[in-house]
Design a protein around this ligand. Structure first.
Ligand SMILES: [Zn+2]
Length: 159
């Protein structure tokens, strides 16, 4: 994945004649703007990580993101990836999901929605909010109010 240089913003775009590379550049440029908007300095590594996650609606674990970055030749530490993902989640660019406690998942869709979790494949599938109705909820303890509800519907293969 090509990330445009800091010094010559247009140079990387003009050199890329491959349409897929041009598409990635467009994603990188959008991500760079998004990071700046959220008060995050858009370093090359941050833009790479944001581009990976935000190029499509998807759910990725920190391990998958690290593996993808490394397979594309990026020299990036696990700590950098985790710190960057936590920073993005804290600023509302992505959403961290607690799925099973064994790994951290990150969702590029920050709009309200729920999830199916296929326990055999590990896949997460979005469930739109209007498809779920809660008929009864406990009253929140005094002095508190409900800030949000997470719902993960676990799936297994039949038979
Ligand atoms: Zn989702």
């Amino acid at each position: 994945m090509r990330i445009r240089g800091d010094r010559w913003p247009g140079a990387a775009i003009m050199l890329n004649m491959d349409p897929n590379a041009r598409k990635l550049d467009a994603v990188a440029i959008r991500c760079e703007a998004r990071l700046s908007e959220c008060g995050i300095r858009p370093t090359g590594q941050r833009v790479r990580i944001a581009s990976l996650l935000l190029c499509a609606p998807q759910h990725l674990s920190a391990e998958q993101i690290l593996a993808t970055l490394r397979s594309s030749g990026a020299r990036v530490s696990k700590a950098t990836v985790y710190n960057t993902l936590n920073l993005f989640a804290a600023r509302g660019i992505i959403r961290q999901l607690s799925v099973d406690g064994s790994r951290a998942w990150f969702d590029s869709n920050v709009d309200a929605h729920y999830h199916f979790h296929d326990t055999s494949s590990g896949a997460l599938i979005d469930v739109p909010v209007p498809e779920v109705e809660f008929s009864r909820l406990p009253s929140p303890p005094p002095g508190t109010e409900v800030a949000g509800i997470d719902l993960i519907i676990r799936l297994r293969r039949k038979g």
